[in-house]
Write a protein that binds this ligand. Structure first.
Ligand code: HEM
Length: 537
């Protein structure tokens, strides 16, 4: 593959072949037959009946009848934009990923921002996590960084994801509330799941009310791996830092905006790009050595934890610029298919059990959402790197494969693809040694649920703390079950007694006597935080 061929227009040019403009063209059927009249159906006599032979009527209504596809099971509401990414200096020391080598190269990207809980038509300014998913069309294939605007997640193991989403989505009998967490099932679940406490603190904070997608951080959340050309691996956490800084709305502003302009965030993104005021984000990485896997007082495979920037600083390695709005919301923003399993040579996974489950889920859901196995051929999803393989057929197949043999090994077919060696950027999975019994348990190193929630609470300014407490009063105040409210206050008492007291005062439950289990529950057998100060990178 030749990196120098990519530039910021590469993806746009590839889409030109399918972009359609009907201006000054005749109206036709899907078969290209020109249509002189589209206001009246064909009838036997002026007052009917309508004739079945009216192929224009049948085709027009048939197509309309099938316009909707299932919305995403989560992150249904979103807005997308194209742009490009440019690395500041070669990262060859750490990764062989082609798009992180050459500062002169502009790698085309498509980004989709989203809310998580609400349906496609819900308001933008609700209290929720925001998705920040980036598709890099690199010369070595597509890399998707499918992140959120919080650096952590609710759960530690993907097997809890269906439970989480059933709890936070609208209640099953009355489908209320439309797009919010202020209801019994959500807080029932959180109150019974101490590992979610850190994330619920972020959810109650102003971080859940971004002022603009242009003013929002992004995080890959999981620990990934960078692998260099010598095969050496290091751990990496991904960050997006907005050039405009991170800003939130106040609760009152979000409520007014949900009424006055429910499209507030998508309109802001669209208009900024139309005006040439291009949103920019720096890509940051926290890099650390494999030998430091156990250097932290938490597990680096636990997605409910950050790696504090004081321990591993964020190095800014490149810039993302969004400079073009899609032409067609459905074709591009709705049909785009992100997947954390889309990695390129030089980037690999870790054993984070949340990440491992995601690797199954996205492809699985897209098979139904996008109608079969050929959705990688939808223009927005097509890589810029050439695609050659022996996958064949299936609903909506577009490619006309010309080889006779679609199997390995074969001796019949000329033009059959060859296997790519590592030197040609063939993807080789990182070889990690695993020698352990099969178990259905969770490591003790995942069991400190509160110390980072305390860290987060203490990092907030007094005004931000007031906002969080007010949010808890609103959210938990809507919960009918007193037992749920009490359990939540009980969990927050583990985080900070003053926080629990202030929340309890506003939601009609008893103030906890004392902090029941203050501070950190240190995982056994781990090295101390002081050790982390001496990290090698
Ligand atoms: C969609 C992020 C955890 C399943 C998304 C999207 C984002 C995202 C940004 C929207 C993609 C788009 O714009 O099209 C995350 C993050 C997670 C997480 C950061 C945790 C760190 C999970 C888990 C599962 C899951 C654990 C399942 C086990 C899904 C599904 C979709 C989705 C099914 C819909 C995809 C589609 O229909 O195209 N996620 N997610 N996510 N996520 Fe996650």
């Amino acid at each position: 593959s030749d990196q120098s061929q990519l530039n910021e227009n590469s993806k746009k040019q590839s889409l030109d072949t399918v972009r359609e403009n009907a201006e000054k063209q005749y109206l036709t059927t899907n078969q290209g037959v020109r249509i002189p009249h589209t206001d009246d159906s064909l009838k036997a006599g002026e007052r009917g009946p309508t004739l079945l032979e009216d192929f224009h009527l049948r085709e027009k209504i048939m197509h309309f009848d099938h316009e909707r596809i299932p919305e995403r099971v989560v992150h249904a509401r979103g807005a997308g934009a194209y742009g490009y990414f440019q690395v500041y200096e070669s990262m060859a020391e750490y990764t062989r990923a082609s798009f992180l080598q050459n500062p002169a190269e502009k790698t085309p990207v498509f980004v989709r921002f989203s809310t998580v809980v609400g349906s496609r038509g819900s308001a933008d300014t609700v209290r929720d996590v925001r998705g920040f998913a980036t598709k890099f069309y690199t010369s070595d294939g597509v890399f998707d960084l499918v992140g959120n605007n919080f650096p952590i997640f609710f759960i530690q193991d993907a097997i809890k994801f269906p439970d989480l989403v059933h709890a936070v989505k609208p209640e099953p009998d009355n489908e209320m509330p439309q797009a919010a967490t202020a209801h019994d099932t959500a807080w029932d679940f959180f109150s019974l799941l101490p590992e979610a406490t850190h994330m619920t603190m972020w959810l109650l904070s102003d971080r859940a009310l971004p002022r603009s997608f242009r003013m929002m951080e992004g995080f890959g959340v999981h620990t990934f791996r960078f692998i260099n050309a010598q095969g050496r691996a290091r751990f990496v956490k991904f960050h997006w830092k907005p050039a405009l800084g991170a800003h939130s709305m106040t609760w009152d502003e979000t409520q007014k905006m949900a009424g006055q302009d429910p499209d507030w965030l998508r309109r802001d993104l669209w208009e900024a790009i139309e005006m040439g005021d291009y949103p920019e984000y720096e890509l940051g990485v926290q890099l650390f050595e494999e030998s430091d896997e156990f250097a932290f007082p938490f597990d680096i495979l636990d997605a409910t934890k950050i790696i504090p920037e004081e321990l591993v600083p964020v190095r800014r390695i490149g810039k993302l610029t969004l400079n073009r709005n899609p032409d067609n919301f459905f074709a591009e923003t709705e049909q785009v298919a992100f997947h954390p399993g889309h990695v390129v040579s030089g980037i690999d996974f870790t054993n984070d059990p949340l990440l491992q489950g995601r690797l199954f889920s996205y492809l699985d859901t897209q098979l139904i959402r996008l109608g079969g196995p050929n959705f990688a051929e939808i223009p927005v999803n097509r890589p810029l790197a050439p695609v050659h393989n022996n996958q064949r057929d299936g609903y909506m197949r577009q490619t006309i494969n010309t080889e006779k043999a679609s199997y390995f090994p074969n001796s019949l077919s000329q033009g059959c693809p060859m296997l790519a060696p590592e030197s040609a950027h063939g993807y080789v999975h990182y070889s990690e040694k695993i020698n352990a019994p099969t178990v259905r348990t969770r490591s003790d190193s995942f069991k400190d649920y509160f110390s980072q929630a305390t860290l987060f609470w203490k990092s907030l300014s007094p005004a931000e703390q007031d906002h969080l407490v007010a949010a808890a009063h609103f959210e938990l105040g809507k919960v009918e079950s007193r037992a749920i409210r009490e359990r939540m206050v009980g969990l927050y008492a583990h985080v900070d007694h003053d926080l629990a007291r202030r929340i309890a005062e506003g939601i009609g439950v008893n103030i906890p006597q004392d902090n029941p289990r203050p501070g950190v529950l240190p995982p056994q057998g781990r090295r101390s935080v002081e050790r982390s100060a001496a990290l090698s990178l």
